[in-house]
Design a protein around this ligand. Structure first.
Ligand code: NAD
Length: 226
């Protein structure tokens, strides 16, 4: 993010990539404007929140016109540093790690998994989707050489902290932690925790306590631009 975006609240900033993806699709399909109601339906964020978020971006929607797609696209691209490729490394090429390496992140944004690390001699020295898999012993050297700023952590939970401790001496500023381990990091490193078990439990709680409308109804409101 650049300096202009420092004033954007964190909750708004988190929704930026979501808005950006949708606006990019709209732009690609030749649309010039979009209303907050259309955005709301597509990204599943209520329109009052969208209007408030967009006011931080200096995008003031006009009644009966909506928002200018080109303006938004330029704003998001600049704010999210889309002109710069962010290098990411993955640590732990098991079931989950392999799936992420096979998934082409570049399709959606300028994020690239540049390298991966392993301890299994069978995997070290091989590639998956052109991503080289290095020995964990080379962690600090390789990360610093390529100025990697983010890590996807998909190791067994009992080694998560020891891998994290080694990142302190590198260019890494953020960790996307898929392990159930709660990580201790210095203030210079940010951790986002993705716990599938917790998310699943929360979904099931919502299904039980806040039943969704009939499938037929939700299909009727499916927008064409999704
Ligand atoms: N598979 C899933 O659906 C899933 C879902 C949610 C969370 N998780 C979590 O993600 C993590 C990975 O899960 P998985 O199913 O891919 O496990 P996995 O055992 O298939 O893969 C772990 C990989 O990490 C490697 N490894 C072990 N120690 C390492 C180290 N110090 N440095 C680098 N690599 C190391 C192993 O050789 C192995 O290839 C676990 O913490 C798991 O709890 C997995």
């Amino acid at each position: 993010m650049n300096e202009d975006s420092m004033k954007i609240p964190q909750a708004t900033a988190k929704r930026l990539p979501l808005y950006y993806r949708f606006i990019k699709n709209l732009h690609a399909s030749g649309k010039q404007r979009v209303s907050s109601a259309q955005l709301s339906e597509a990204v599943k964020v209520d329109s009052a929140t969208i209007r408030r978020d967009f006011s931080y971006f200096g995008a003031l929607g006009k009644k009966g016109y909506g928002y200018n797609v080109n303006y938004l696209l330029n704003f998001f691209a600049k704010t999210l540093d889309q002109d710069e490729l962010t290098k990411v490394a993955l640590v732990g090429v098991g079931n989950l790690g392999t799936a992420f390496l096979n998934y082409n992140f570049l399709k959606n944004n300028n994020t690239k998994i540049a390298m991966a690390f392993e301890v299994d001699p069978e995997k070290i020295g091989t590639t998956i989707s052109n991503v080289p898999i290095y020995d964990l012993a080379e962690l600090e050297d390789q990360l610093n050489k390529e100025a990697v700023t983010a890590i996807i952590l998909t190791v067994p939970s009992h080694v998560a902290q020891q891998v994290t401790d080694r990142l302190v001496k590198t260019t890494v500023k953020g960790i996307l932690n898929f392990t159930p381990a709660r990580l201790t990091v210095p203030p210079s490193i940010r951790v986002h925790h993705i716990d599938l078990a917790v998310e699943l439990q929360s979904l099931i709680y919502f299904l039980k306590n806040y039943p969704t409308p009939d499938t037929e109804i939700s299909q009727e409101v499916e927008p064409e631009d999704r």
